[in-house]
Design a protein around this ligand. Structure first.
Ligand code: GCU
Length: 598
């Protein structure tokens, strides 16, 4: 335990000192070299690659990727004779010895590089769960903490001409003060779980930009372009060819250029997911992006998309691959999962409980699915720990930073099922206030809990109500709550004393696909179907119901689900099985959504 604490402390301090350099926006549109593919790996349960037997930091740890220089030299590791894994991937589903493994694994990949003058090179990771220490040619590039957000390091001065190597130490040990904390109802997939790229940019480059409709203004495109350097007078061109827009702007002394363009773009909607190509360029670079223009707001208990009331016909989704399980990351994974949502008749997906990969959000936008994006402030985290708050704040920042140009994202969520309390209220209200400084154009929410009172009275009351735009809550009538049947749904009443739209962010129950029986027989598809019928009936009566996202699209791995023969390490609340077979309850939602004007 001491060793692990020491390692985590070492990294935490170094992470603070080596704080990530600002994220590069829209990395895939830059001059990139993919480092996906074959990486050698060494499992390191005792941190032998990081610490010596006195628990002192190794001078020649695994990050040196040492090779013997004479036949008698003792080196007790060799990446090149170690097994390899195809990255991106979690390790849990790539090596059955690692299914339950939590600890450190070292990864190594060789690559070649041509150095160029007036050029910078970054290494970019879509995500690494949960801690990453990145070394280039044996030298530290930086550390990162957080399992679901991108990060990049400037490695220009660490690279040599020709042959180079990168070593990454990944650690996924859970921690009481981490985000998420030590318990969660999903698998703690460890590894380099998203794409890795080298990014070549000019020494002075467009680091970040925002191009969206001005808040609630369908006729004004507003935005800004930011350089990585405080350089004034840099000429930037913003183009939207289809709208015949080509505007030249100049950066100020901070390297920032704001713009406003009067325009009447076709507005994005689930029925017409119109996307415009935009180009942000300067003398020595040109970046293309795909932008959806839309407005999102609330009015009383209604959610308005482009000024019109819309019902969020949704489904909750974990970032778990269809069929093979493990972390989803690819366009194919996204298209399969989101294709199932579209088949259900959804116009909305709740990407739970952490920011999903950027491809998932971009594919949702192309397919006409509004997105709820969330940080893993999940259950009972360490509300009074400053490091925990800063970690949550950083993850919130990086989630908004990455997806601020994704019109499909309409809701940011800052928490899930957190316990009432003074420290929690302070933590979340500060987070909510901070979220508004990052983005005042989207709606804010969090999944609250229900207080089930006697006589089937259900109350949603939360001090956080004033900090959110949408009142969302998770309810499990018929599964966790009530007499174990859905009968209580028939007599349930709801008290939600807020004049804001209501989204039921979770409801549902388990079923083992292919198990049939009486509708009162738990774990059967018939039980789940009856539960859905009764819950839909009950929820439809709630005044101000503006959307639902039942739990959940697909069965997913969870270490909390040990009923063998039924769960087998799966949470079985999916409307689709882990093998992609739809259950009877899927069609309950499909039929209900047909009645909604999506
Ligand atoms: C909770 C939680 C989910 C969990 C679900 C369940 O509401 O938000 O993460 O998987 O219930 O118990 O299945």
């Amino acid at each position: 335990m001491l060793k692990r604490t020491l390692t985590c402390l070492l990294i935490a301090v170094s992470t603070y000192l080596n704080a990530d350099v600002p994220l590069i926006t829209n990395v895939s549109a830059r001059n990139i070299t993919s480092l996906n593919g074959k990486w050698n790996y060494i499992v390191d349960p005792l941190e032998n690659g990081f610490l010596d037997y006195r628990l002192e930091p190794h001078k020649n740890g695994f990050f040196k990727n040492q090779k013997p220089t004479n036949p008698s030299q003792l080196i007790e590791y060799n990446f090149d004779t170690s097994p390899h894994m195809t990255i991106p991937s979690d390790w849990n589903t790539k090596d059955e010895k690692l299914f339950f493994y939590e600890g450190s694994v070292w990864f190594k990949k060789d690559f070649t590089h041509q150095k160029k003058t007036n050029n910078k090179t970054y290494i970019y990771f879509g995500a690494v769960n949960y801690r990453a220490s990145v070394y280039i040619n044996g030298e530290l590039a930086g550390h990162h903490i957080g399992g679901y957000t991108p990060f990049n390091f400037d490695i220009t001065d660490l690279l040599v001409e020709g042959k180079n190597f990168v070593v990454v130490r990944v650690n996924n040990n859970r921690g009481k003060d981490e985000v998420p904390t030590v318990n969660m109802d999903w698998w703690n997939y460890g590894g380099i779980t998203r794409e890795v790229m080298l990014v070549d940019v000019p020494s002075v480059f467009v680091e970040d930009y925002q191009v969206q409709l001005a808040k609630n203004n369908k006729g004004l495109i507003a935005g800004w372009v930011k350089l990585n350097a405080a350089k004034a007078g840099e000429a930037i061109v913003v183009e939207i060819p289809e709208l015949k827009i080509k505007q030249q702007i100049k950066t100020d002394q901070n390297g920032l250029a704001n713009f406003q363009i009067k325009a009447k773009p076709i507005l994005w909607s689930p029925k017409n997911p119109k996307i415009y190509e935009i180009v942000v360029s300067k003398a020595d670079e040109s970046i293309t992006d795909q932008i959806a223009f839309r407005t999102i707001e609330t009015k009383g208990k209604d959610i308005l998309l482009n000024g019109e009331k819309i019902f969020l016909s949704g489904i909750s989704v974990h970032e778990e691959a269809p069929y093979r399980q493990g972390r989803a990351w690819s366009k194919d994974d996204a298209r399969t999962l989101l294709g199932w949502a579209k088949e259900m008749g959804c116009n909305f997906v709740r990407l739970a409980h952490y920011p999903h990969n950027e491809t998932m959000v971009r594919e949702a936008e192309k397919m006409g699915l509004m997105v709820w994006s969330e940080i893993p402030v999940y259950w009972t985290i360490s509300w009074t720990n400053e490091g925990t708050y800063n970690n949550a704040k950083k993850q919130l920042h990086d989630m908004v930073y990455r997806d601020k140009n994704r019109g499909a994202v309409v809701i940011w969520s800052i928490a899930n099922e957190t316990p009432h309390g003074e420290a929690r209220d302070k933590f979340l209200s500060n987070l909510a206030t901070y979220a508004r400084t990052l983005d005042n154009t989207r709606l804010l929410s969090m999944a609250m809990e229900v207080n089930h009172l006697p006589n089937h009275v259900n109350v949603v009351e939360d001090n956080m109500n004033e900090y959110v735009d949408i009142i969302s809550f998770n309810e499990y009538m018929g599964w966790y709550d009530g007499r174990g049947t859905s009968e209580d749904c028939r007599v349930a009443t709801w008290k939600i004393p807020y004049n804001k739209p209501i989204v039921v962010s979770e409801f549902g129950g388990d079923a083992l696909q292919g198990l049939y029986g009486d509708k009162i027989e738990r774990w059967t598809e018939d039980f789940q179907e009856e539960l859905y019928i009764r819950n839909v009936e009950m929820l439809s009566k709630i005044d101000g119901l503006a959307g639902v996202s039942p739990w959940i699209l697909k069965d997913f791995h969870s270490p909390r689900r040990q009923l063998f023969g039924i769960q087998d390490w799966f949470n079985r609340k999916g409307l689709i099985s882990d093998q992609g077979i739809k259950k009877k309850a899927f069609y309950v939602m499909q039929n209900w959504y047909k009645t909604k004007n999506n």
